[in-house]
Design a protein around this ligand. Structure first.
Ligand SMILES: [Fe+2]
Length: 418
């Protein structure tokens, strides 16, 4: 039974009413209580009711699919939802959504329902199935739909016929590929023109969504390229911190993964790493490169950079949500940091992660006022500062995965030496 249809109760009531009406009609006809014109009128009424129910089903399918597709920017999730709804709503045993690349005779399956892994290649035994290659594929290549309720008719001519009925709709066709929605084995009935119409409409929704996701991904890539370029421009201006922002971003993501941050939060902390020191643009290199101790006045200037970073980013809408991480990355877990002297969990979690990532990269890098530490010394320092400068939970996670941190650190420098 289709779980996406109208409420079962409503459906049952409608079916009961139809049965009563039919029964009533039969009785009246048998007892000659009904005239021919009444008979036709009631039949027409029943037909209209069936049509109404069918339209409601179709609208329900479109509503459910479009409701999900509007909010999705992940194609694999989108494919999964589309094929799940279609298999249930059209009431078939199995279905798949896939792509046929130019010149290929195979369907690259994106998502399927009712097929196990072994069946994926044999559902229509794509590679070695003459029914598919000789009968279905030419139609798809001509951008035609396929609706075949009598697959057995072809058994004399083609082999590999595992299905009883097939409905295939090609969509989003271009020079490089054809996407297809395929449904197999309609349960209890045959595929109707209405099914074809519903699947065709869903395929249009899919086309729009695939285009939407592609544009979104292009924008995301462009955004990341621009932000990376901007961040490396900042680092390039300072020979001592060359690559620092990028490394901090990667250490921060590493910690975020170990803390099971969501993908969205990992993306955020990556950007926060890239831009955490952007406010240093306003500080003279004389202060930043000073070999000896800073005067109190000079140190006050340096301490302004988290707030300056936040102010620069405030005007960029897409980066506004990383401001807390940046603003508080120099706070200390035990208090006494800057700019606000927050402590413990009053410091945003992302800022605590960034604090460790930033400090660790600084420890293992040469600075004008000191030589870099070895990795071993830096890990010891993280342990010493746990609960003081660093959140102890984050420090523990970091040192527990010291070997992986070491690999990550080595990857930064081996690629530069080539
Ligand atoms: Fe900083």
């Amino acid at each position: 039974m289709n779980r996406f249809l109208l409420a079962d109760k409503d459906e049952k009531t409608r079916q009961d009413l139809d049965l009563t009406l039919k029964e009533d009609l039969k009785n009246k006809l048998e007892h000659h209580f009904l005239e021919e014109k009444d008979h036709l009128y009631i039949l027409e009424l029943l037909k209209k009711r069936e049509e109404k129910a069918r339209i409601e089903e179709e609208l329900s399918l479109l509503f459910n699919v479009s409701k999900h597709l509007t909010h999705l920017y992940d194609l694999s999730k989108m494919y999964k939802i589309v094929i799940l709804y279609l298999v249930n709503q059209i009431n078939v045993k199995k279905g798949l959504i896939g792509t046929i690349k130019e010149g290929s005779k195979t369907i690259d399956i994106k998502s399927s329902e009712g097929l196990n892994n072994d069946q994926l290649g044999t559902a229509i035994n794509i590679k070695n199935n003459s029914y598919f290659n000789d009968f279905i594929l030419p139609k798809i290549l001509e951008k035609r739909t396929v609706l075949d309720n009598q697959v057995y008719r072809h058994k004399d001519r083609y082999f590999g016929l595992a299905e009883e009925s097939v409905l295939i709709v090609p969509f989003r066709i271009n020079d490089r590929e054809i996407n297809v929605l395929c449904l197999f084995d309609k349960i209890d009935q045959v595929f109707s023109a209405y099914d074809l119409k519903s699947v065709s409409t869903v395929s249009c929704l899919c086309s729009i969504s695939i285009d939407k996701v592609a544009h979104y991904q292009e924008l995301q890539e462009l955004f990341l390229e621009v932000t990376s370029a901007l961040s490396s421009a900042i680092d390039t201006a300072d020979q001592y911190t060359f690559g620092h922002s990028s490394r901090v971003a990667q250490y921060a993501v590493f910690i975020a993964e170990k803390l099971n941050f969501s993908k969205e939060k990992r993306d955020k902390i990556y950007l926060a790493g890239l831009f955490h020191d952007i406010g240093k643009i306003g500080i003279s290199l004389e202060i930043l490169h000073k070999p000896g101790n800073l005067t109190a006045e000079e140190f006050d200037k340096v301490k302004e950079h988290p707030v300056k970073s936040a102010n620069i980013l405030r005007s960029i809408k897409k980066l506004a949500n990383i401001i807390p991480a940046i603003m508080f990355h120099h706070e200390r877990f035990s208090g006494g940091g800057y700019p606000q002297g927050l402590s413990g969990e009053d410091i945003p979690l992302m800022a605590r992660v960034l604090c460790l990532a930033d400090a660790f990269d600084a420890m293992v890098s040469d600075r004008p006022y000191r030589k870099k530490m070895s990795l071993k010394e830096a890990f010891s320092q993280v342990e010493v500062c746990s609960g003081k400068q660093f959140d102890p939970t984050i420090a523990k996670v970091f040192t527990n995965f010291a070997l992986e941190v070491e690999d990550l650190h080595n990857s930064f420098f081996s690629s530069r030496d080539i």
